[in-house]
Design a protein around this ligand. Sequence first.
Ligand code: 13P
Ligand code: SF4
Length: 311
Amino acid sequence: MSSIVSDEIAEYQGKIRSLLKERNAILLAHNYQRDEIQEVADIAGDSLELSRKAAETDADVIVFCGVHFMAESAAILSPQKTVLLPRMEAGCPMADMITPEKLRRKREELGPDVPVVTYVNSSAAVKAESDICCTSANAVAVVESLSADRVFMTPDQNLAKYVARFTKKRVDYWKGFCPTHHLLKPSQVLAARAALPDAKVVAHPECPPEIIDMADHVTSTSGMYRYATESGAKRFIIATESGIMYRLRKENPDKEFLHVSADMICPNMKVTSIEDVYDALLEMKEVITVPEDIRVRAKVTLERMLAIPRG
Ligand code: 13P
Ligand code: SF4
């Protein structure tokens, strides 16, 4: 990065901080966001931490740097606040793999005794058709909190298969997936292992089962920060989106981190630039709203999840 670009970024970061103050706004960024956005954010976190913050903050405005479903969750939880998503096209292909109509049909097939557990990576309308939400950080606890002995998870098949390893309940699932994680191959993990011997392999539960089998530790994005800091190990191979690498290295200068594959980049998470964040705050755009009938039902599913004690 040239010093001109760095100066430009620093200038945007300064202007963003002043506008945040002026508007009584908070900037929430997902751990996959660009480095300079994570740096200027009030909080950079995983989906669970960001939902909790969105529910608790007393700011008037929430600027959400992440993808659409995340900003939508903030709008569901805090309808009295203005929620801004700097780039409207920042979507999530996995969230788009299920629709409320498809889920309603599935529910008819399943009958009333099978609760639907929906990953937060889903639209508000799909959440509204569900019983409870989960994130990668609490999916096992959410499923275990239910009295039913069978559950249906949507939209991520890999998260469902991961949860099934830790529960006696029958776990059926929708066959959605995150393209960024689903396409990772065992051969890529083996190649990384050869390049960084003795490293701990840390994987996100959106990875397919054959990758989970190879991992030393499986956790959410923020769980990866905690593991890297707390573990006595010195070398790590990281199997998730590239945005996580910056803070892992910054917070652990004495440790070595290898990103498992240069292909693991989510284009949607990278679409937002620092300039977009500034423009969003300056022009108060794009405002995310959810139709009230959907919002009220989706809020129940998110609040049930948030009521589950932190693991
Ligand atoms: P977490 O940060 O909650 O682990 O989620 C990862 C993700 O894919 C968000 O899009
Ligand atoms: Fe969706 Fe995967 Fe991108 Fe997360 S990383 S936003 S799950 S496509």
